[in-house]
Design a protein around this ligand. Structure first.
Ligand SMILES: Cc1cc2nc3c(=O)[nH]c(=O)nc-3n(C[C@H](O)[C@H](O)[C@H](O)COP(=O)(O)OP(=O)(O)OC[C@H]3O[C@@H](n4cnc5c(N)ncnc54)[C@H](O)[C@@H]3O)c2cc1C
Length: 420
């Protein structure tokens, strides 16, 4: 069992253990670095597990750790054959096993609350642990907190929300349901993840006397016989503020109970629908976007920009959930066509602190581009690249921006073509 009792000094500290953080820590450890992985919740996986997400997007062209996770889930019959719809409990144990096998020092129930900076370098992070405050140091840091907490505490610049009004995409509390009629569960098609066309589900709820705050309510059939429900939008509340998070969570949980009551009133076999669980943490689509050496833009998504330092290709289109009900309460995409585009390593290297990288949804980009690259297949791919870069930089006593890109690429290819 890996835990953080032995050391308070590491080559690499990864803050946040969502899809990006798990991949970042695994990649750094496999590259030979000593790694600590810090997570406030009681499980690895972030939105995959404590968020009950249940569907992995943009993972088809992502070999390496993404494939390993899928294969481990498959061995447990915990992922669907046609789409990456998975069982969140199985995901928890798969990630525990993979991180323990990689020799990562895992610390759950602990949050990064401060960063100590000397000149342009982060030297330590301060953790809020059950036993009190604790400092741990590293040569290189990777911010995988989703919200960019580590970078912000270290004084890095960032963007938040839309340029025109600062609004962010809404928050959503996911839920697991039992008792959805089997013929509805079976309708999950190859091309669409939802059991029912979203408009049909909306009309069924409206006919039962209920108006969901997300006007594209979705039901996903999971391999464990349950369904995941995504039917609420909590608007104009900040993911960076505990009072707002509390309000969003309480509102959302109340709405989920109302949604399930409405589903039970749908004619047919719906009366047996039951709420099994709401997620331990409300899903956050958007937090800080930390300034990096490159900022991915809407124009990159439209043009399908390629880069010499590409570490992943994003194939998922723009996906902006309406930041408020006035804009329809469903999707508020700009009227553009997306092309597959590259994520360059420079978008993962912090502009304002020299030994900090980012991975996952807090990398450097604008509001619209973020809505595309934020999905979890890309979070894993950026985690791999950031983890490798952090490890090589720490082991060679270089800064991430000083590493020859070919060395990062070589290690990345090894990880992706010959998974351990
Ligand atoms: C409701 C919803 C539906 C979505 N639908 C899909 C979908 O169907 N498919 C898909 O692929 N993507 C989907 N997304 C997008 C996707 O979930 C995120 O963009 C993705 O989680 C990004 O991964 P991440 O690792 O960057 O962040 P997260 O999964 O948010 O992980 C961040 C981790 O950091 C931890 N953390 C936070 N603060 C600190 C701190 N101060 N110190 C230490 N740790 C900290 C958190 O506890 C968490 O575990 C959805 C998002 C939401 C909210």
């Amino acid at each position: 069992m890996s835990s953080l009792s032995s050391s308070s000094s590491y080559d690499v500290i990864v803050g946040g253990a969502g899809p990006a953080g798990v991949a970042g820590a695994m990649a750094a450890a496999r590259a030979g670095a000593s790694v600590a992985l810090i997570e406030p919740q009681n499980a690895l996986g972030g939105v995959w597990t404590t968020g009950l997400l249940s569907l992995i997007l943009d993972s088809g062209n992502k070999p390496g750790i993404m494939d390993e996770i899928r294969n481990r889930l498959r061995a447990r019959s915990a992922v669907a054959d046609h789409r990456d719809l998975y069982d969140a409990e199985a995901m928890k144990i798969v990630l525990d096993e993979l991180c323990e096998e990689a020799g990562i020092d895992i610390l759950l129930h602990s949050k990064i609350s401060e960063a100590v900076v000397s000149d342009s370098l982060i030297t330590e992070v301060i953790l809020e642990c059950k036993e009190g405050r604790r400092a741990i140091s590293a040569r290189c840091f990777v911010d995988c907190t989703g919200d960019g907490d580590l970078a912000a505490r270290a004084g890095c610049g960032f963007d938040l929300g839309r340029d025109k009004d600062g609004l962010t995409q809404p928050l959503t509390l996911m839920a697991l349901l039992a008792g959805v009629p089997e013929e509805i569960r079976q309708q999950n098609q190859k091309t669409t993840a939802s059991c029912l066309p979203k408009q049909s589900f909306l009309e069924m709820l409206q006919a039962s006397g209920f108006e969901p705050s997300y006007r594209h309510p979705s039901l996903f059939a999971l391999p464990n016989g349950l369904c995941a429900l995504m039917a609420n939008h909590q608007y104009e509340l900040s993911a960076l503020n505990s009072a707002d998070l509390t309000k969003a969570t309480l509102q959302a949980r109340r709405e989920i109970h109302q949604t399930v009551d409405a589903m039970r009133r749908i004619p047919g076999d719906w009366r047996n629908v039951r709420l099994v669980s709401t997620a331990a943490h409300i899903g956050i689509r958007e937090g800080r976007r930390i300034h990096g050496h490159y900022r991915i833009t809407l124009d990159d998504v439209i043009q399908g920009t390629r880069h010499p330092d590409a570490i992943a290709r994003c194939t998922y289109g723009i996906d902006v959930h309406s930041p408020n009900l006035k804009e329809g309460g469903a999707i508020s995409n700009p009227d553009v066509k997306s092309l597959p585009y590259d994520i360059p390593l420079r978008a993962l290297i912090a502009r304002d602190r020299d030994n900090l990288l980012m991975a996952g949804r807090c990398i450097s980009g604008d509001f619209d581009a973020h809505s595309s690259y934020r999905v979890t297949g890309n979070a894993v791919a950026t985690g791999e690249a950031a983890g490798i870069t952090a490890a090589l930089a720490a082991l060679r006593d270089l800064l991430p921006a000083q590493l020859p890109f070919k060395d990062v690429l070589e290690q990345l290819k090894t990880l992706r073509h010959h998974p351990s």
